[in-house]
Design a protein around this ligand. Sequence first.
Ligand SMILES: Nc1ncnc2c1ncn2[C@@H]1O[C@H](COP(=O)(O)OP(=O)(O)OP(=O)(O)O)[C@@H](O)[C@H]1O
Ligand SMILES: [Mg+2]
Length: 235
Amino acid sequence: MLKVEHLTVKIENKIVLRDVCLEIGEGETHVLLGPNGCGKTSLIKTILGFSPYKIVGGRILFEGRDITQLPIHERARLGMAVAFQNPPELRGVKFGKLLELVGGETQRLLAEVGLPLEFLERELNLGFSGGELKKSELLQVLAQKPKLALLDEPDSGVDVESLRVLGRVIDRLTGKCSCLIVTHLGYILRYVRAKVAHVMMDGEIVCSGDPERIVSTIMEKGYQWCRSCPKRRKS
Ligand SMILES: Nc1ncnc2c1ncn2[C@@H]1O[C@H](COP(=O)(O)OP(=O)(O)OP(=O)(O)O)[C@@H](O)[C@H]1O
Ligand SMILES: [Mg+2]
């Protein structure tokens, strides 16, 4: 579904991704972990085609097609959707109107993520709480019925009940499409079965493997341990 080949990316002369390779098959769920500032969000935004991220090497393939130069809206049309870590507020754009335009089934989807109907009348993400933002983002992804969902920290800053709701919704989503999920503490893995976990450090993917093993090792030993790991992949 998605193939990232030797991707190197700059923002304002700073290299944020180095020789990143990643392959996500149809229906597979992968998780991406890594310390703050290592490049996880940059990878997601580069896959989507955001402009500050300048690709200086490598390419991105989606369903076998080279999309490296494709604008964001065309990537979205092909079937990519994102739940942002820090979603933008859109003044003047009603949440309900946006959902209607994207795909409909608005009321069912609201109920699924546990947001009340009054949200349809609110301006998108304006004044939403942290947990409400995560639900709003996930709902927009569901409405798009994507082939590939990129979820940037869907489990950060949500309470235990909301985590359960979001976890179950994401679990159902992963049954219908390919997924890349950025997570720090791996809470989402209580609900979602991922095939592979990747660890990113300083813009490089240094390790890929069994999600439970990788998450438990990081929780126990921290990223400092990853730095000195003899199996660390180097570009
Ligand atoms: N638009 C930008 N302008 C300048 N620097 C940027 C920009 N976007 C990202 N960066 C820098 O790129 C690096 C990687 O940032 P990124 O947001 O990808 O990290 P992250 O792994 O998602 O971190 P976190 O876990 O804190 O969300 C950081 O040093 C960040 O400051
Ligand atoms: Mg991030």
